[in-house]
Design a protein around this ligand. Structure first.
Ligand code: SF4
Length: 349
């Protein structure tokens, strides 16, 4: 585990901006990189896309107007200590603040690595009761932090607590572990999860670059998929990491090839400390249009933004629907920029 500047400097020469990061500043996200992920970094390349995601950089500590630690207003929607109920049909449970890796783009910096540890039995029971009393919640996200940083036994107790009151609850396991440290994903872990399959589980991964899809990572995800747990990927659009078409095409096709559905490509949230990693929406839309032209529907993720002040998630797409015509038809723009008409009502002969 690389978790001190000294250790990091003993194996990697830092750029001036990386060197200037103030490790003692309050609210800064600490350094944490598992050996496995660190070994994927090309140490000779200061702009390596994997390096950018995990090595602290002084640019994180530049003040930015309009950003904050809770841009999605999660705190406002929190029930009890750790259950966020922001959408009608789903809720997110902050299982732990611990992660295998500290991603420099983390949108939940207000909580990640804040030494709060795993949810207590009382917090779990309280959240499980809330979910039981709200049948409109059909899906629960186990998030954090990283839920797979919990031990198998603690995770099992958590699953049982929710499933005992709501056996029909779909549970999403939201984790960066297959990318950060796939060795954590064992047959025992997956068998344990499978024992509680009164309703489906979904594995929600976060691969941001094709180089994270190593043989070990693919094998880790396959353990879930082979056991009937579908895998969906949520990437974050990151400057210098994946903000070019070739990288995204390669990533999305590799995901599909390995039975992981590219689900979302997220626009970066307005989280303090992440401005230098954010890509403009204009550029994001250009990428989305090109991806739509080059990828199959299966390989195409939804480019989406989580709107500030708790506005929720909305898709970001180019304007393919142009207008309703006076003749009772809809005018569309194709991916190639040509125009097509679709009638509002059938024209019977
Ligand atoms: S694993 Fe997830 S929660 Fe943890 S630091 Fe990375 S993005 Fe944040």
């Amino acid at each position: 585990m690389i978790d001190t500047k000294e250790k990091l400097k003993s194996i990697l020469s830092l750029s001036p901006e990386e060197e200037a990061f103030d490790y003692t500043a309050p609210d800064s996200l600490s350094l944490k990189i598992p050996e496995y992920f660190f070994n994927l970094i090309d140490a000779s390349d200061p702009d390596d896309p994997l390096r950018i995601q995990c090595i602290p950089n002084a640019r994180e500590q530049e003040a930015e107007a309009g950003s904050g630690l809770d841009p999605l207003a999660e705190v406002e929607h929190t029930q009890g200590e750790r259950l966020i109920h922001r959408y009608h049909s789903r809720a997110a449970f902050l299982t732990t603040d611990v992660c295998a890796i500290h991603c420099r783009h983390c949108f939940r910096r207000r909580f990640t690595a804040t030494d709060q540890g795993p949810a207590s039995d009382e917090e779990i029971e309280q959240a499980a009761r809330y979910v039981a009393e709200h049948p409109e919640i059909t899906e629960l996200l186990f998030t954090g932090g990283d839920v797979l940083s919990l031990s198998d036994s603690r995770l099992e107790a958590m699953i049982k607590a929710f499933r005992s009151l709501r056996p029909n609850l779909v549970i999403r396991i939201c984790t960066r572990m297959p990318a950060a440290n796939p060795r954590r994903i064992t047959d025992e872990l997956v068998s344990m999860i499978k024992r509680h399959n009164s309703a489906p589980f979904y594995l929600m991964t976060q691969f941001n670059h094709g180089r994270e899809l190593t043989a070990e990572a693919i094998e880790a995800v396959a353990r879930f998929v082979d056991n009937g747990i579908p895998a969906m990927n949520q990437s974050v659009l990151l400057r210098g990491v994946n903000d070019d078409v070739e990288t995204l095409v390669q990533l999305c096709n590799a995901l599909v090839f390995n039975r992981i559905k590219p689900y979302y490509l997220f626009q970066g949230d307005l989280v303090a400390g992440t401005a230098h990693l954010r890509v403009s929406i204009k550029r994001g839309l250009e990428l989305e249009a090109e991806l739509r032209r080059r990828l199959s529907g299966l390989a195409m993720p939804t480019y989406a933004i989580d709107l500030p002040e708790g506005g929720g998630k909305v898709p970001l797409t180019g304007q393919y629907l142009v207008r309703e015509t006076a003749e009772g038809a809809w005018e569309f723009k194709t991916c190639e920029g040509e125009r097509r008409l679709y009638p509002e009502a059938p024209t019977l002969r």
